[in-house]
Each structure stands twice: as structure tokens, then as C-alpha cells.
Design a protein around this ligand. Structure first.
Ligand SMILES: Nc1nc2c(ncn2[C@@H]2O[C@H](COP(=O)(O)OP(=O)(O)OP(=O)(O)O)[C@@H](O)[C@H]2O)c(=O)[nH]1
Length: 298
């Protein structure tokens, strides 16, 4: 038996003549090149089936078009080329092409004080589509950070003041006594709660970009948040982190506003949806804030 005699079910006429919005494959394993790293990724590849009379699309053609991604650094131009291959291989069947890629970018991050560094993972999704000859690409990045509650900090300060009154009322203030008191557990009788938090950034990129401005965007977001989670940590780094958190008290609303302002200034972005999640240690639920710019929906 040779290829000419193999039955081709996809080429048959459909029993129900009905176009479909998306047909393809999800969870395809593939390597991608990003920031000089070869990363393990998964892809969802699909096209619209606009010819309602056709039984099916040609999945193998989409699958094979993904080979293009192995050859060069992932960029909007490269994604557009792959999407065009999807459409060229489905002439007369499909008008729209879709490609989603999910991977984890690894970045080496220095410690705050000590001459150490370690790796951090940033989940990344790239969502590209070519529809009615219009190309769009959206980048999703997740950034982990620490947030300390400003309300809890104020309430803790009040308790520390109260403790001071209790311990020093009607006593002459001696510098050495106060210093010793500050270094004791009484000097920090209450501590504000803080939590590991996450910023989920969905960024609509300018179509003309030659490269994905991933690292610049992550750096902008981390600078705006002020207290990104750390990698290698010695005591000196932990102390610097405690200071950074104390100087960087924030509600989830503050985090969302800071990111909004920073990302509007970042080049290459023409719209976004920001969602920040503070996994509260005070509550068993999360505090969440969202902000959008030039975006109607998520
Ligand atoms: N369209 C479609 N194909 C499927 C599905 N599940 C598995 N496949 C298989 O995907 C395989 C590849 O399909 P095609 O791209 O049409 O393969 P082909 O006909 O050898 O390739 P061409 O000659 O390029 O059309 C076929 O063996 C299909 O059976 C499905 O749900 N829909």
C-alpha cells in the first residue's frame, strides 16, 4: 500500500456543513529559543475551519510548521511566519490562525548584598493570531513578589508605642536602656503580616516588534513592585530584604497602580490587563486587584 491509496478522511465532505472557529492541537511539546536559552515549551496550534463543507483540517501541516520555531529566537516576526504557514497550508479552508506557546523563562538574579546569585523561573505565555490579515501578539508574564500590609504595619507600630509607654512610663529615658529595649522582643511586640504575591501581566505588544522585550518588561515590573522574591539569601540579604519590605508597604491596589504606571511607560506595549494576587496570611483567601489599559476584557 502506498500513500496514494491511504484513505483521507479530512478531505471528505462534512455531514453537517458548519464552519468552526478553532480546530487544532493542544499541548504539543517543543523546544523554543528565548534569551539564548533552549527552553522546553508546549504549544496550542489551530486554525479556523471556515469551509463548513470540509470534514477536517490537516493537523500534520500545523504540526510540521512548528519546526520553524526550532531555528530562531522566538519573536513576533517568527510567530507571524509560522501562522502564515498555517494559513498557506490550509488555503480555501481557513482564514484565521492561532498559536499559543507556554514556557518558563529562567533568569539568574543577584542577591541584594552578598556576591551570590540564583535562578528564578518566570512562567511565560505567548498568544499570537493572524486573523483577516491582521497580526496580534500578546505576552503573559507572571512575576512573584513580597507585599507587606500597610494597615498591619500601622497597627503594629501602635502596639509598639503602647509597649514603650508601659515599659518607660515615669522613668528617666536613658539612651542605653532605650537601645537595649529596641533590640529586645518588646521593641517589636507586633509584626505586620506579609505575603508572597503574584503579578499576572497580559501585555498587548506592538505588531512591528522584532523581538519579545521579555527581560526589559520583567525588570520594569520588578522595579515597580520593589520587593521581588529572592534567590540565594544569606543573613545580610535577608536583612536588606526586611528593610526593603518595611520601606515598601503595599495593598494589592498599590501594586496594581504601580504596575499600571510603569507598564504604560514601557516601550512596545499598546494595552494591558494586570491582575495582582496577594495570597494573604491574615485571611484564608486572596486580596486581588486588576487594572486595564486599552483592553476591554482579559
Ligand atoms: N482533522 C483531524 N485529524 C485528526 C484528528 N485526530 C487525529 N487526526 C489525524 O491527524 C493525522 C494527520 O492529518 P493530515 O494532516 O490530514 O494528514 P495527511 O492527509 O497525511 O497530510 P496531507 O497530505 O498534508 O493532508 C491524520 O492521520 C488524522 O487522522 C481530528 O480530530 N481531526
Amino acid at each position: 500500500m502506498n500513500a496514494l491509496t491511504l484513505p483521507d478522511i479530512a478531505a471528505q465532505a462534512s455531514r453537517q456543513a458548519l464552519p468552526l472557529e478553532w480546530v487544532g492541537m493542544c499541548g504539543i511539546a517543543l523546544p523554543v529559543l528565548l534569551d539564548g536559552q533552549r527552553l522546553s515549551a508546549t504549544a496550542d496550534a489551530g486554525v479556523s475551519l471556515d469551509d463548513g463543507e470540509a470534514r477536517g483540517i490537516h493537523m500534520s501541516r500545523l504540526y510540521l510548521a512548528l519546526e520553524t520555531l526550532e531555528q530562531a529566537t522566538l519573536s513576533p516576526t517568527l510567530l507571524q511566519r509560522v501562522l502564515q504557514r498555517f494559513l498557506d497550508s490550509h488555503e480555501g479552508l481557513a482564514n484565521s490562525a492561532y498559536l499559543k506557546i507556554h514556557t518558563n523563562l529562567l533568569l539568574k538574579r543577584p542577591a541584594l548584598i552578598s556576591p551570590l546569585s540564583g535562578w528564578k523561573t518566570y512562567p511565560i505565555s505567548i498568544d499570537a493570531r493572524l486573523k483577516n490579515s491582521m497580526f496580534h501578539v500578546e505576552l503573559k508574564i507572571e512575576v512573584a513578589y513580597s507585599s507587606t500590609c500597610p494597615c498591619s504595619a500601622a497597627l503594629s507600630r501602635q502596639l509598639i508605642q503602647q509597649q514603650f509607654v508601659d515599659d518607660f512610663a515615669n522613668k528617666p529615658l536613658e539612651h542605653a536602656d532605650v537601645l537595649a529595649w529596641l533590640g529586645s522582643t518588646k521593641g517589636i511586640v507586633a509584626t505586620p503580616h506579609s505575603q508572597r504575591s503574584s503579578a499576572q501581566l497580559s501585555l498587548q505588544l506592538d505588531d512591528y516588534l522584532d523581538e519579545l522585550p521579555l527581560i526589559a518588561l520583567i525588570n520594569d515590573a520588578e522595579a515597580a513592585l520593589g520587593t521581588p522574591v529572592q534567590t540565594a539569601v544569606k543573613r545580610a540579604d535577608e536583612q536588606a530584604f526586611a528593610l526593603a519590605n518595611g520601606q515598601n508597604l503595599m495593598f494589592c491596589e498599590d501594586a496594581a497602580r504601580r504596575l499600571n504606571i510603569a507598564l504604560k511607560r514601557s516601550p512596545g506595549i499598546n494595552g494591558f490587563h494586570i491582575r495582582v494576587i496577594h495570597a494573604e496570611s491574615l485571611h484564608a483567601h486572596d486580596a486581588v486587584a486588576e487594572s486595564r489599559w486599552n483592553r476591554e476584557y482579559a
